[in-house]
Ligand binder design. Structure first.
Ligand code: SF4
Length: 332
């Protein structure tokens, strides 16, 4: 049985596919790269990367730049200078690469922004004449990312540009870490009791995402039997993806913090209660980041103890040195 754990600072190793130019490979149209620090410095120690580049193996390096052209709703990829149509050769390669990547049991994907192949959103679709009239014209996803999400809509995909935003970064990393825990949990061939434990340990994490989905997931767990477990796990996975895609707001996070605080409330001294109320208020006003409130609750947990809270993933969901909860902008 595979081992999995989310307590005591044991984190699963992430399995992330990454646009190769973001890893520093010189595969861009001009022979350059787009090396990205968060991926290569911060995530490097916690992830195994599966790099891909849909363009270089097909079009070479250096190469003519390409763009998406919307021909009556049909998206083509053409050279910006010669207008050579490279859609079919790119698509053939993409259709070989995607199954290979998906076999790697990925927790998430980080793509290069603004690329007509790898881009996640807002990629310009030019008119057949080569013109683009701003907001009047459509924007979409790059050829590769569109196909990938068509195949697996629930896959966590972000681009490196959006990951500069503290809120989106925290959401994505929490999502891929939870997905990694779920992957390891499934590999452990869990029993119904272990299924209940997974759900229990993620209670406050899920509540920070969506109370409605959390309740629906609870029903799936409650109805699980040894006979229907595979179906219940499958349905649970779908809800888990939906929950993890939600972004946590400051208000919802405060609600969750207050629930956790409730476990200690009667045990705390007046001074400690006051400290929590002030710290929580400063978090609400964006004077201090979430990590300050979490540290305080962890301190209460250490001092007063709570078996139930000691395995709650939300108190320690990913390595602290990723510093995802250290910015006041990590929640809105
Ligand atoms: S954006 Fe995608 S296609 Fe372009 S160089 Fe990077 S990995 Fe290759």
């Amino acid at each position: 049985m595979a081992h999995y754990s989310w307590s005591n600072e044991v984190y699963p190793q992430l399995r992330l596919a990454v646009s190769d130019c973001l890893r520093g490979t010189e595969c861009r149209y001009n022979g350059g790269h787009a090396q990205e620090d968060f991926i290569n410095r911060s995530l490097q120690s916690y992830a195994v990367f599966f790099p891909f580049c849909p363009e270089a193996p097909v079009l070479g390096v250096p190469r003519e730049t390409i763009r998406l052209v919307n021909v009556d709703g049909n998206i083509r990829v053409r050279g910006t200078r010669t207008e050579t149509d490279v859609t079919d050769s790119l698509q053939t390669y993409i259709d070989k690469v995607i199954p290979h990547l998906l076999k790697q049991d990925l927790d998430g994907v980080i793509v290069k922004s603004r690329s007509p192949t790898c881009g996640l959103e807002r990629i310009k679709q030019y008119r057949p004449t080569g013109e683009w009239f701003g907001s009047q014209d459509k924007m979409g996803q790059g050829l590769f990312t569109h196909r990938l999400l068509e195949k697996v809509p629930s896959l966590a995909v972000e681009d490196e540009g959006r990951l500069q935003d503290a809120w989106l970064r925290e959401t994505f990393i929490l999502r891929v870490y939870t997905q990694a825990r779920w992957r390891m949990f499934l590999q452990s061939e869990p029993s119904v009791t272990q299924f209940q434990a997974f759900h229990r340990d993620h209670k406050y994490l899920l509540l920070s995402k969506s109370e409605v989905i959390y309740r629906e997931m609870g029903k799936l767990v409650a109805d699980a039997t040894a006979q229907n477990l595979p179906e219940q796990l499958k349905a649970y996975a779908q809800k888990l993806h939906a929950a993890l895609a939600c972004r946590t707001t400051t208000g919802v996070m405060i609600n969750v913090l207050d629930h956790i605080y409730g476990y200690f409330k009667k045990l705390l001294s007046e001074e400690e209660r006051q400290l929590y109320i002030e710290t929580r208020e400063e978090f609400r006003q964006k004077i201090i980041p979430l990590i300050a409130v979490i540290k305080l609750l962890q301190q209460f947990l250490k001092h007063y103890g709570s078996e139930y809270l000691s395995t709650q993933v939300i108190l320690d969901p990913y390595p602290a040195d990723l510093a995802l909860r250290s910015k006041t902008t990590a929640y809105r």
